[in-house]
Design a protein around this ligand. Structure first.
Ligand SMILES: [Cu+2]
Length: 249
């Protein structure tokens, strides 16, 4: 074999190796997409990419999350002092479903707006305008969906005035439940490790701040009365896999 033929052969082998790896890469991206669709819900929501404004940190409901009931409010967390005229708008098919005025929490790091408990199933776009003390503003958006069919596997515990959730083997038990308005929910830590009850998101914990507990040692408990109708996603700050959902209905 001539030297020239050998060089061409090596180049061909390199091209085929490169082609093989790029094809496999495409497949894995496709696989990931399908997994996400399965996870979302029977309605198959097609979420767009979010746009994050300057100083944005987190939001609840999370982008691309599917809730089994209306959120009680939308909260967006920032790492810089907010100022008027910051605002939130939440629309589906051109109709506004946020309620009342946009509120800036007293720590100036949270934009908050109430939401319609009777909002229909579907995909919602949250547009926000975050403004700073120097009067400059930045826009951003994210999306979430409501699909009440996803509440079917939830444990229905309505018409009880008091309910206990065990924190056991790094799980909330029951994990997903439906309670009536004005139910007292009590969490008890059965594990040797410390657990927390924290409203989403992490680490801001701003969605429903009353729900946040101190560090709970074994045997300690935390209780909250839920009055407002809607969805309450929460988690334990010490264990990322430890999540739960309460629907007040
Ligand atoms: Cu925990």
């Amino acid at each position: 074999m001539s030297k020239k033929a050998l060089v061409i052969l090596v180049i061909l082998i390199l091209i085929s190796i490169f082609a093989f790896y790029s094809l496999n890469k495409d497949e894995s991206v496709g696989g990931l997409k399908n997994e996400n669709l399965e996870k979302s819900s029977s309605l198959n929501f097609d979420f767009n990419r979010p746009k994050k404004s300057a100083h944005y940190e987190t939001n609840t409901p999370a982008h691309a999350s599917v809730l089994a009931a209306s959120p009680i409010n939308i909260v967006i967390d920032f790492n810089f002092d907010l100022a008027p005229p910051s605002s939130i708008s939440i629309k589906k098919d051109g109709v506004e479903y946020s309620v009342g005025e946009t509120v800036i929490d007293s720590n100036k790091l949270v934009l908050r707006k109430n939401f319609d408990a009777d909002a229909p199933n579907g995909l919602y776009k949250v547009d926000y305008n975050a403004c700073w003390p120097d009067r400059s503003c930045h826009q951003g958006y994210f999306e979430f969906a409501i699909d009440r069919d996803t509440a079917v596997p939830f444990q229905d515990m309505r018409n009880k005035s008091e309910i206990t959730i065990r924190m056991s083997e790094i799980k909330f038990l029951p994990k997903d439940l439906i309670v009536s308005p004005n139910t007292k929910v009590i969490w008890v830590n059965d594990d040797d490790t410390i657990h927390y009850v924290n409203t989403d998101s992490h680490p801001a914990h701003t969605y429903f701040e009353k729900q946040n507990s101190k560090a709970l040692n074994k045997g300690e408990l935390h209780s909250v009365v839920f009055s407002k109708i809607g969805a309450y996603p929460y988690h334990c700050s010490a264990h990322t896999e430890m999540t739960g959902n309460i629907i007040v209905q």
